[in-house]
Design a protein around this ligand. Structure first.
Ligand SMILES: Cc1ncc(C[n+]2csc(CCOP(=O)(O)OP(=O)(O)O)c2C)c(N)n1
Length: 330
């Protein structure tokens, strides 16, 4: 763990506990979504960010409320850090009529312009040019915001990645791109995706900073992202951060990941982001059993509340809602 960074020195004990709260919330939220899927209450794809909690939370924690977030399907916790309400997220995943997409989608594919969250586009690479477009608008308007966008290591192999970075680097746009290297793109392991030493080396081709970090260490993720965010805010342009972690479950709930060697999962299980951080907080005496129970109980009751709220909320009426794809025409 890095402890020398100026950004870490500025964190209070309350901030340290917030990081723990959000990582634990992300895992518990996703566990309940998975249970709802198994109960047949959620249909379609259910994606898990297990193993990615430190990356999603540490990075989003580096943003201000005026910044823009373009999360991926492994980053549910980043929505919460950016201020998204648990009830709204539950409505969205349960496809309810009052959800941001009014029941047209049941995952993170929604936008919340007030919170400046622009949920993922399925064709992941296509998100990067859109994020770059927002960064261009920020520059035109002379604002101080930045855009934080995530891409999988698999998604970083498509043409949109290159187009967006070529454009953003030349124009010095305030874009931070995190490559979540979680070892697999569906069933394709990293060694079948690239023969390069590391994904962050791609930054060299654009003349921008590129760094590879331990994506299971929330403090390292936070401090490196914060540095890139502040650099972008000063008008110095984009950065690439390769956050190395492991997709601890299948691509989606229907995939048992038979193609991932059990020994590989076991190796990464030793580096579980939440357990690692928890023991650090115990060592620093910021966390103890009683504070831990308090936080976990709070999360349980918040999730239960959101769950009851969303399960009791109405589903969309097919005759009225399902065919109105463009919301402004409602
Ligand atoms: C054009 C297209 N092909 C396939 C898919 C299905 N799909 C969604 S995510 C994904 C894997 C992406 O891998 P990676 O970018 O490494 O992200 P990860 O899922 O591992 O986090 C696939 C195959 C898609 N959404 N769009």
């Amino acid at each position: 763990m890095q402890t020398s960074s100026i950004y870490l020195q500025n964190l209070t004990d309350k901030d340290y506990l917030k990081l723990y709260y959000f990582m634990s919330l992300m895992r518990q939220f996703e566990n309940s979504i998975l249970n709802l899927y198994r109960q047949g209450r959620i249909v379609g794809g259910v994606y898990s960010g297990m193993g990615n909690e430190a990356t999603a939370i540490g990075s989003a924690f580096a943003l201000d409320s005026n910044d823009y977030l373009f999360p991926m399907h492994r980053d549910s916790g980043a929505h919460f850090v950016k201020g998204q309400n648990l009830r709204t997220m539950m409505l969205q995943y349960l496809g309810r009529a009052d959800s941001p997409t009014k029941g047209r989608d049941g995952s993170g594919h929604y936008a919340d312009p007030i919170l400046r969250i622009y949920g993922n586009i399925s064709h992941l690479g296509a998100m990067i040019p859109v994020a770059a477009g927002v960064a261009l608008a920020i520059k035109y308007r002379n604002e101080k915001s930045v855009v934080l966008n995530y891409i999988g290591e698999g998604g970083s192999n498509v043409g949109d990645f290159h187009e967006a970075l070529a454009f953003s680097s030349v124009l010095k746009l305030p874009l931070i791109l995190i490559i979540e290297n979680n070892q697999y793109a569906y069933s394709t392991p990293v060694y079948k995706q690239t023969i390069a030493r590391q994904f962050s080396d791609r930054a060299i081709g654009y003349g921008i900073p590129g760094v590879t970090i331990d994506g299971t260490d929330v403090l390292e993720v936070y401090s490196v992202c914060k540095e890139a965010v502040e650099r972008a805010r000063r008008g110095k342009g984009p950065s690439i951060i390769e956050s190395v972690t492991m997709r601890m479950q299948g691509h989606a709930a229907y995939d048992d990941a038979w193609y991932v060697p059990k020994s590989e999962l076991e190796k990464w299980r030793q580096k579980d982001p939440i357990e690692r951080y928890e023991s650090l907080l115990f060592d620093k005496k910021i966390l103890n059993e009683s504070i831990k129970n308090e936080i976990l109980n709070k999360i349980n009751s918040e999730i239960q509340d959101a769950l009851n709220f969303a399960l009791n909320a109405p589903l969309p009426k097919p005759s009225e809602d399902l065919f109105k794809v463009f919301l402004e025409k409602d």
